[in-house]
Structures are given as C-alpha cells and as structure tokens.
Design a protein around this ligand. Structure first.
Ligand SMILES: [Zn+2]
Length: 300
C-alpha cells in the first residue's frame, strides 16, 4: 500500500526548455586533457560539486567544496532522490553560495560530473550568478585525478550517510523511480499470491522465489523449448513414455528425471554438479541447466 502511493508523490517531471542566450560557459575538457590532468582551473573562484547515493540504504546526498574559500557543504536528500538529481541539486546550491554571489567581475569555475542538460532552476541560478561574474561550468569526471573532485565526492557520501529529517521526497520523484517501484510492487504482490495459493504443489517445489533474470531468460526462448521448460517447472510435461524406462525404480515424473533417476547420474553430475538433487536444490538451479539435463534424458 505504501508503495502504491509512489505514483501520487510530487514529481519532478519538467517540460523541456531551451535557453539560447545563456550568459555562462559550459566547458568539456578533451579526453587527452582529462587523462593528463591538464584541466585548466585558474579561475578566481573554483568550486567542486558532487552527488551520490548509497545502494544499501538508498539514501542520497549532495556535496559542495569551495576550494578557494575553503568552504565545505553537504546536503542529505533522503531515500527518494536519484544520483542525477543530487548532482544537479549540488550545482544549484553552489550557484546560490553567498561567497560566490558577493563577488564582482570574478571568473568562477563550478566543476561537476554532470555533462548532460540541466534543469531550469539550475540554469536560472547560474544565469543570475553570471550577471556580475564570468562563470564556467566545467565537466570533471571522477577519474581526472583532481583533488577537489575527491573532496566533493567525500562530502556527498557523508551527506548520503545522514538520514534526512523532514517530509520526503525532497526533490520530487522521477518517472523512472515511480515505474521501478510499481514494477517491484507488482512483482511482490504476484509472489505473495503465489505463496498463498494452495494448488500447484509441484510447481511450488521448483519456483521458490521470484527471479527477474530467469524470467527474462525464459522469454527469450523459442516456443518449443519454452513449452519444455514450463513442463519441467509445472510437472505437466509431455514425457516420451514410448521409450524404454530409464531406471525402472520409480514412476517417471519430471522431478524423478531431474533429481533422482539413477540412469542420469553421470549427466546430472556433469550438468548440475551433483549426482542426486532434492527438490529444494533443483529449485536453485538455473533453468538453462534443467533444460540441458532434460534434453540429455532424451525424454522430451
Ligand atoms: Zn528413473
């Protein structure tokens, strides 16, 4: 229920705007300059900005390092902020810095890892800063070997480690975030229904947890192989019962063939890594391996 509310949260979807008369420069150093750390930063004021997000806690943060005035700032941005949003927010806050806005006729370099389009608020803040100063937005990716970059990176990580106090989302959620959250929610709900269902005894032995990469693998299979895979997973397989029985020890079911049949011990050890497997172990096997063993049994 909580996740269903994602779609109702404040969004940061903005209509594209084009600014043809911006009064600041955007400077992208050449690859050679970056590799040899020759990025020219001889401006009167040099600032570094960065945004980051910790995957385990999904908390994001922005950091600013004003190298000229030795100022450090960091802003926790909560759990519903992307790295890109944090990067842009860092540039916005940097353009609003009092220490930069109180300057006149100074050259100012704001270094960022963002090389793509900015959002309108940030463009306006940079435009205002450029009224009395000569401003450059310099693209400095993380591997440039520039010390200021590392300091800003450390500040943004420090911000990401701090819990945001206040209402979230801080900056509005992106369309991509909403889509991903809805996908995860739908997956969790489907899986809950699957666990609570009282039927599908055999299929439940092999399908013990939702796995998106397995699903993608299955959707890439041709129709014939996909039919065999579904038969393996559900137990409703069309086994070739006209062939001679393999071991004559037990009824030839899918689970017997995959995990227990003594006639397939060598093939099973080669393909699945063990001569005998219980249902639980079979459930952990990649479907590709199950298909290979099924093909090796010559029953499909
Ligand atoms: Zn057998």
């Amino acid at each position: 229920m909580i996740n269903a509310l994602w779609s109702a949260m404040r969004r940061n979807k903005i209509l594209p705007s084009f600014y043809f008369d911006r009064n600041y420069d955007a400077y992208i150093p050449t690859r050679d300059d970056r590799n040899e750390s020759r990025v020219d930063l001889n401006d009167k004021a040099v600032c570094f900005t960065d945004g980051s997000r910790i995957n385990s806690t999904v908390q994001a943060g922005a950091g600013i390092y004003n190298q000229t005035d030795c100022e450090e700032y960091y802003y926790p941005l909560g759990c519903r902020c992307s790295v890109f949003q944090a990067e842009i927010y860092a540039i916005l806050q940097c353009a609003w810095l009092h220490s930069l806005n109180c300057r006149n006729n100074a050259s100012v370099a704001i270094c960022s890892k963002v090389s793509s389009a900015l959002v309108a608020d940030t463009v306006w803040a940079l435009t205002e800063l450029s009224v009395h100063n000569s401003v450059r937005l310099v693209w400095t990716p993380g591997y440039c070997g520039i010390l200021g970059n590392e300091v800003a990176d450390g500040l943004s990580r420090q911000a990401s480690a701090i819990k945001y106090i206040g209402l979230e989302p801080v900056l509005g959620v992106t369309s991509l975030t909403v889509r991903n959250e809805l996908q995860h929610w739908a997956c969790r709900e489907l899986w809950k229904q699957w666990r609570e269902a009282t039927r599908f005894r055999q299929a439940k032995q092999l399908l013990r947890q939702a796995n998106l990469s397995y699903t993608k693998y299955a959707l890439r299979l041709c129709r014939t192989v996909l039919r065999i895979l579904i038969g393996l997973l559900t137990g409703h397989a069309d086994l070739n019962r006209h062939s001679l029985p393999l071991c004559q020890e037990d009824e030839e079911t899918v689970l017997h063939l995959l995990g227990e049949c003594s006639a397939l011990v060598v093939k099973r050890a080669n393909i699945l890594g063990s001569p005998y497997l219980c249902y639980e172990e079979l459930g952990k096997m990649h479907w590709c391996a199950l298909l290979r063993l099924a093909k090796g049994s010559q029953r499909f």
